[in-house]
Design a protein around this ligand. Structure first.
Ligand code: GLA
Ligand code: GLA
Length: 705
């Protein structure tokens, strides 16, 4: 069997073992003398590690000279791990090409907008559209697959690593030719490209596909054609995906029984590839996530992992990387506070991960990541980090034994939509204000809903947002005709919708929907805005707008000039006489068919949204129920008996089985009523007799209900 699109396969346990929550991390034994390996295995067993990812950056050691392979060291370490009961997620080892390759073939190096070469010296300096690089990488995939096809300890393939992390955009001639082909496939004729990109503007019309260039340097302060730029984002995601698919197919042809993945980078701050599109190309979704230091830490993590769960369509997913403590790549690399290592792992687990892994097992002694935390820190096993790693290993085993693997994240009543293409389009540099983009808004909504006790599901525009009781479209700037119709059908059929400013402005080519904003769905929301009203810090300029409900708008508001008879105004602006905004509707609700659509015509931020939600809920007929939590506790539920997914690795969870995770979102101790038997109690205490828990900041309690 070769790869089956949209299939789902999970790495199976080593022979004779029961399925467990996978636990471990990236393991780079090639950075250490072999004498260290035995100690690694000893400590892995102490921490209950049962899987490691090996060989990710090992190309130069596996193929030290062209065509000369050395698998001996890798065989030895895999054997050592496997015999100890530790499974291997084996890399294709293609992420970082060796010096001999780039020395012989400098034409595989990617180029920036100005044509400058990205030289070797770090990693991922290859261009995905290079036929030469592809040949070398596929040859290595073949060699790896041939060599390890019967290895019983290799339970999955880890293809490449974080595609696009450093080589997302390439402007080389290879990229140009591939972009031309991509446009030909998407549009068929050059006239259709001209139409899509609006090339009548600034004499950009093309008469032949050979005139299509990547968006190369156009001079500072100038503005690239937005249609072309948006397509370049799509193309770049597709070019990397094509490369992944080629590597995957090479591996899966030879080892059809080993499931494959590649680690995505889903978070609130990155949109490297359209991972929702990629998800149907992997056997199981895996993600790398690094914490956002500061007050959004736990919320952002819950948001991102919920989005991964949405992208995985509620099938189990794999946390491939997170950190035990500090990273090395921010300007200030804050460590994790006591409790956060375990709490953070529990957030991913709560949101549907069935595997918790770290970058990396043993902290490097040399190299650019020597200050990046690891499971086994420089300080060694007698350290708080390693004690936490061991405690987490115990917790995961206990949750596995209690049946967590048979459960999935319970479906929320509320969906918040995230859209990669809307983010790409709103990143253009010629917009109403550079302070407004798509992707700050979904996180604000996720957090504001949590402030009201609701843990929302983060889902993409392509997915099933229209099956939820309440759906939020936060600055979903691009709506094509089909999606506009989905919005219409959802509300007409009885759905409860909240739409914000900057939604439904353009179609998929970034052509504005005419006649007033939001042109794509004006009828659904029952309002019409004529102009954007940006706000900023410039002296004397409009800085903010007060709303009649006590909240404050910043950055942008819609000048709504017309509302339909079916719409009700919930709040207006209270503004100075000459601003033109006094009394203008800010929050409205419209009846449309059998449903209701709320409209939030300005940026309120998390606190403003949270303060406005009760009135919006009331107008939408959305009632909070007793299962919702409180503002300072994030409550997440995993349930058994989810049968809408064909799951070869299903462990037969009972519908009655529930695991409830309680996270403290605040900086004070909070108390919760426990809905079951406590299994994990970290930085918290439990009064079992009265079914009460008390959770410190950074603490977590998990119960089985
Ligand atoms: C200049 C140019 C115009 C137009 C305006 C926009 O004046 O001449 O073509 O781009 O800027 O402000
Ligand atoms: C990424 C990479 C890892 C490592 C970590 C450090 O996730 O995949 O190899 O560099 O970042 O945070």
């Amino acid at each position: 069997m070769v790869f089956e699109k949209n299939g789902y396969r999970w790495p199976q346990p080593l022979k004779g073992n029961q399925p467990q929550i996978w636990y471990g991390g990236d393991y780079n034994p090639d950075q250490w003398p072999e004498s260290v390996w035995d100690e690694d295995v000893r400590l892995m067993l102490k921490a209950k590690v049962n899987l490691v990812s090996v060989g990710i950056f090992s190309w130069a050691k596996i193929e030290p000279r062209e065509g000369e392979y050395d698998f001996c060291w890798l065989d030895r370490v895999i054997d050592k791990l496997g015999r100890a009961g530790i499974a291997v997620d084996l890399a294709s080892a293609t992420a970082s090409p060796p010096m001999w390759l780039t020395q012989a073939h400098p034409e595989v190096l990617w180029r920036d907008e100005k044509g400058d070469v990205c030289w070797p010296g770090a990693r991922q300096h290859w261009r995905p559209t290079s036929p030469v690089f592809r040949e070398y990488a596929l040859k290595l995939c073949r060699a790896m697959a041939q060599h390890y096809k019967d290895n019983p300890y290799v339970v999955a393939w880890h293809v490449s690593n974080e595609y696009g992390c450093h080589n997302r955009f390439d402007y080389s001639d290879d990229a140009m030719r591939a972009f031309q082909d991509w446009c030909q496939k998407r549009y068929g004729t050059i006239e259709a490209v001209n139409e899509a990109w609006g090339t009548a503007f600034w004499a950009q019309a093309m008469t032949d596909f050979s005139q299509i260039l990547p968006p190369r340097y156009i001079g500072d302060g100038n503005f690239m054609n937005p249609g072309k730029l948006l397509d370049y984002q799509r193309f770049s995601s597709d070019a990397l995906k094509d490369f992944f698919v080629a590597e995957r197919d090479e591996l899966s042809r030879i080892t059809p029984s080993k499931p494959l993945t590649t680690n995505f980078m889903v978070s609130s701050v990155g949109v490297t590839a359209d991972y929702d599109d990629w998800a149907s190309e992997v056997d199981f979704v895996s993600n790398d996530h690094y914490f956002m230091p500061g007050e959004a830490h736990v919320d952002e993590m819950a948001y991102s992992s919920s989005l991964v769960d949405g992208i995985a369509r509620k099938r189990p997913w794999f946390l491939m990387e997170n950190s035990t403590s500090a990273v090395n790549w921010r300007s200030i690399n804050y460590r994790k506070e006591p409790g956060q290592t375990i709490r953070d792992a529990m957030v991913h687990l709560a949101m549907g991960a069935d595997a918790i892994c770290f970058f990396q097992w043993r902290q490097s002694r040399a190299g650019a990541e020597k200050f990046h935390s690891a499971m086994l820190p420089h300080a060694g096993e007698h350290s708080q980090v390693f004690r936490d790693v061991c405690e987490l290993g115990d917790d995961l085993q206990q949750l596995g034994d209690a049946g967590l693997l048979g459960t999935r994240l319970a479906k929320s009543r509320v969906a918040v939509v995230f859209d990669y293409e809307s983010e790409w389009a709103t990143e253009h540099t010629a917009t109403p204000t550079q302070n407004v983009r798509h992707f700050t808004e979904p996180l604000d909504w996720f957090r504001a809903l949590a402030d009201c006790g609701i843990t929302a599901d983060m889902v993409t525009l392509r997915s099933d947002w229209d099956t939820y009781e309440l759906a939020v479209l936060p600055s979903v700037y691009l709506l094509d005709r089909a999606n506009a119709q989905r919005v219409r059908d959802y509300v007409a059929g009885g759905g409860k919708l909240i739409v914000t400013y900057y939604t439904g402005i353009s179609d998929e080519r970034d052509h504005i929907w005419l006649g007033g904003y939001p042109g794509a769905i004006r009828d659904v929301v029952g309002v019409r805005s004529e102009e954007f009203v940006p706000m900023g810090d410039d002296a004397g300029a409009l800085h903010h707008l007060d709303l009649s409900n006590g909240t404050v708008a910043h950055d942008i508001a819609d000048h709504i000039t017309q509302i339909d008879d079916t719409a009700t105004v919930l709040a207006t602006y209270k503004a100075g006489e000459y601003t033109g905004m006094d009394g203008v509707p800010a929050l409205t609700v419209n009846r449309f068919g059998k449903g209701l659509a709320g409209y939030v015509g300005c940026r309120l931020g998390r606190l403003g949204i949270a303060a406005s939600l009760p009135a919006l809920f009331e107008a939408l007929g959305f009632e909070l129920d007793q299962t919702d939590g409180s503002d300072d506790v994030l409550r997440v539920v995993r349930v058994g008996g989810v049968d809408d997914v064909d799951d070869s690795a299903s462990h037969g969870g009972q519908p009655s089985v529930r695991f409830i995770f309680y996270f403290n979102r605040s900086r004070d101790i909070v108390t919760v009523e426990l809905e079951g038997e406590p299994l994990v109690v970290s930085h918290a205490t439990v009064d079992a007799e009265h079914a009460k828990g008390s959770i410190e900041p950074n603490g977590v309690i998990v119960v089985k209900g």
